[in-house]
Design a protein around this ligand. Structure first.
Ligand code: ADP
Ligand code: MG
Length: 142
């Protein structure tokens, strides 16, 4: 499965995240990829609009993980500061991934510890327009 979506502003990226979240269930893991400022947090904010409508979504840069309450808990990680397995274990990562739906920014940092089955959401800027984004959603490991 591979889906490609083009968005022209933050709202469209949030909407893409919201629609994608409707396909997820407990135990699903979403590895976000893409450079700083590309729209990873915007996409996750959209996911939360479905999974945890009251949540206020911000990048958990210092605390590493935010939990948003919902029918199924939604865990939002920022792996930028994770450098080894010990620091990952201490976030509770391995417990959270069983228990809820997870989305991780900077998932490139935890490549070796991703669940075998997961989604990747890659967001890229395109040269044609400053606000244009290409979002590629893929299911990996099945
Ligand atoms: P990241 O989490 O990848 O660092 P953010 O979601 O925090 O990125 O920020 C994305 C930035 O890009 C915001 O300032 C947003 O206004 C801007 N932006 C411009 N066009 C888009 C788009 N199509 N989708 C998402 N964000 C966009
Ligand atoms: Mg971010």
């Amino acid at each position: 499965m591979k889906e490609i979506i083009l968005t022209h502003n933050t709202e469209e990226t949030e909407l893409a995240g919201k629609e994608f979240a409707k396909t997820l269930s407990r135990g699903d893991f979403v590895a976000m990829r893409g450079d700083l400022g590309v729209g990873k947090t915007a996409f996750i904010r959209g996911m939360a609009k479905h999974l945890s409508p009251k949540a206020r979504v911000q990048s958990p840069t210092y605390q590493i993980v935010n939990e948003y309450r919902g029918t199924v808990p939604f865990y939002h990680f920022d792996m930028y500061r994770i450098d080894d397995e010990d620091s990952l274990v201490s976030t509770g990562y391995f417990d959270y991934i069983e228990n809820g739906i997870c989305a991780a920014e900077w998932s490139e940092k935890i490549e070796d510890f991703l669940p075998e089955v997961h989604f990747t959401v890659t967001i890229e800027k395109l040269p044609e327009d400053l606000d244009l984004r290409k979002i590629t959603i893929e299911r990996c490991g099945t």
